[in-house]
Design a protein around this ligand. Structure first.
Ligand SMILES: NC(=O)c1ccc[n+]([C@@H]2O[C@H](COP(=O)([O-])OP(=O)(O)OC[C@H]3O[C@@H](n4cnc5c(N)ncnc54)[C@H](OP(=O)(O)O)[C@@H]3O)[C@@H](O)[C@H]2O)c1
Length: 285
């Protein structure tokens, strides 16, 4: 099978490369932004048209959530228009398209985990541009799928696990918010589920996260525990205590019910403590 990955050098893209390369019998074009800028329609149509993939995994996005607030045109161009281009190109070669999206499509006001069928209400430019990208994909390419995930961490790129380990090496005490809840999700596990869903060509929206909701405060403590450090060095704070406040609002509740997986009888990803242990071992030895 011929597979094209967009955003292939990102945090998730790097693990997608491993997962799709592993079975050995796939022809994979792992395209980073320099090879395939999704915002450039002619380039997308040319690269996809020449390679003629059976499957496209669209993980490329402008993910700088706060920077999106000050440069909305770039967010819309990459995340929304870029997804339109990928959908058009996938349709032209009749490839199955799976695009990756985010918990930021929800406002986080619910006290319940969000299902795939709950009404989105994004509060940030990033969230609005990603929701528009979802619609471009689902409406522009028949049979396409969208995988929404949250709180992504892994061995590659920057993420909260690395931030906690770095801050713990530099400071005696750390502060993390205790009023934002979500499910930390590890790229190796997420990439494996994306592989499974994409190869089966399952259409529609899927929420895919590791299991076990926590807060950033709770997660920071878990990271320190996994690294053999004292979790007591973290103090809980409220989002309102962040000085200066972050430009983009974050959902207070980012917990995604993996309902479409669960109701389809597909086993959910493991509790996040398992991949966290693995990742911390890989990072600190
Ligand atoms: N990180 C999270 O917590 C999180 C949570 C929910 C959903 N997601 C979604 O998961 C997917 C993967 O995110 P990630 O965590 O792996 O982020 P990432 O490390 O920032 O990876 C995104 C990749 O997309 C590339 N990219 C940026 N602009 C592009 C363009 N115009 N054309 C093609 N590629 C472009 C980036 O390349 P450059 O670095 O060269 O710009 C980067 O390699 C994204 O769709 C994101 O929205 C992430």
């Amino acid at each position: 099978m011929k597979i094209l990955l967009t955003g292939a050098n990102g945090q998730l893209g790097t693990d997608l490369q491993s997962v799709f390369a592993d079975p050995g019998h796939h022809d994979v074009l792992a395209a980073g932004r320099s090879r395939l800028d999704v915002a450039e329609r002619e380039q997308v149509l040319a690269v996809v048209g020449t390679f003629a993939p059976d499957l496209i995994i669209h993980a490329g996005a402008w993910t700088a959530v706060d920077a999106c607030e000050s440069d909305p045109d770039r967010a819309w161009k990459v995340n929304a228009l870029g997804s339109r281009h990928v959908a058009e190109a996938a349709r032209a070669v009749e490839a199955h398209l799976l695009a990756v999206s985010t918990d930021y499509v929800f406002d986080g006001a619910s006290t319940e985990p969000y299902r795939e069928w709950d009404a989105p209400n994004p509060q940030s430019v990033y969230g609005r541009s990603k929701l528009a990208g979802e619609l471009e994909v689902l409406e522009g390419c028949p049979g396409a799928s969208v995988v929404r995930t949250a709180w992504v961490c892994g061995a590659h790129g920057s993420n909260m696990v690395k931030t906690v380990l770095r801050l713990a090496a530099e400071h005696d005490r750390l502060r993390f918010v205790d009023d934002q809840r979500g499910c930390p999700t590890f790229t190796e596990d997420l990439a494996s589920m994306i592989y499974r869903l994409a190869v089966a060509r399952l259409p529609g929206r899927f929420h895919v996260t590791n299991q076990g909701p926590t807060t950033w405060f709770g997660f920071a403590q878990d990271v320190l525990r996994a690294a053999g450090r004292d979790p007591g060095m973290v103090d809980p704070i409220a989002t309102d205590d962040l000085k200066p406040p972050r430009p983009a609002p974050r959902p207070a509740n980012s917990v995604l019910d993996n309902a479409a997986l669960r109701l389809s009888g597909i086993p959910l990803l493991a509790d996040y403590h398992e991949p966290l242990e693995r990742t911390v071992r890989a990072l600190v030895g």
